[in-house]
Write a protein that binds this ligand. Sequence first.
Ligand code: PMT
Length: 400
Amino acid sequence: MKNQRILLIIGGGIAAYKALELIRRAQDRGYEVTVVMTKAAAQFVTPLSVSTLAKGKLYANLFDPHEEMDVGHIRLSRQADIVVVAPATADLMAKMSHGLADDLASATLLANDRPVLIAPGMNPKMWDHPATRRNRAQLVEDGVHFIGPMSGEMAEANEAGTGRMAEPAMILDAIDGLLGPLRHGPLSGKHVLITAGPTHEPIDPVRYIANRSSGKQGYAIAAAAHAAGADVTLVSGPVQLGAPDGVRLVTVETARQMKHAVVEALPADIAILCAAVADWRTTQEADKKQKKDGSGKPPILELTENPDILLYVSREAEPRPELVIGFAAETDHLIEHATAKRQRKGCDWLVANDVSQEGVMGGDTNAVHLIRDQGIDAWPKADKQAVADRLVEEIIQHFQ
Ligand code: PMT
């Protein structure tokens, strides 16, 4: 898979520390990050931490004989899909607007022909200064994209106003927005619809029927599909996980809501139904908390079947996703039950997991069998992200 590449220029401002998180989160979204630091940036964040996170791809010196041997500042920007300046200080903005090139950062920016996104971060008085205003007007005219700055408390005591650098997630959303149409990867152009987590089926306003699914397996698949360039919709029951970067998350509570969200999200090229949907719900949800009546007799809950989402996607959805993958959580006769389930539900592939093993439902590991027309593959126990990566790899091969 070929990742998109960001050349990140870190300017010398207090917000430089946020560049570390920016690098990490960009990598999580599948970007390759190369970094140029200004001399002043090294006063705020150590080159060692930056270099460690950027896997050694850190450059700082315009006159380094090794870096300049192959015209480093020109190569650096040409190898990137986008150049991002964060934080963009007033000084860097002034250099950019005047075309100065007296250090590696400014020389790289002048030699650059890629889209440029800057995230200004500076004191509000500097941001508001007529000189900075002139510079930013010039930069806008030159086609530079801006994200932020934001309003709020500043690092300086008792200072507030506009000048705070945008948060890393916002900067990444802006990068996604700029590179979105160019997003590549083996699954680019494909819409992948994933369900994850449990559903909660209310009994009364305070109680519900649920299961132990944590959503980890489905969320890991969503992250892997996004990293492969897919456009991902993740329909999730109630879990304690944050949305994977770059993934469209739709949260639901009940099986009926999950089905509705899935129908709304269709059409999709690939559907991966990993949620542990409750098979049953109560026929009637009580509108008040159910009380003990003193008789010692527990209430009788009458249950009814929930809609089967996988069955619907496999057999009724129009157009049907080209590849429908179901999961089966079994505690016994794994292959026998899972094979029958695949046939009954009409999905193309079925991932069978043995949930009698500790750590599968709710935990961090999974041991699965992939059941397809061409046979059954047993995968060794691995963490859920590794299982997700391998499943996405199989999907990529299927579409090649
Ligand atoms: O969430 P984690 O803690 O990471 O755990 C992951 C997992 C064990 C929950 C996951 O890997 C898994 O096995 N998910 C499917 C669990 C399940 O409900 O299996 P099932 O055998 O009951 O259902 C079979 C298939 O039908 C599943 O694809 C399920 O999403 C789907 N289904 C089931 C019932 C229903 N009403 N609608 C459905 O779409």
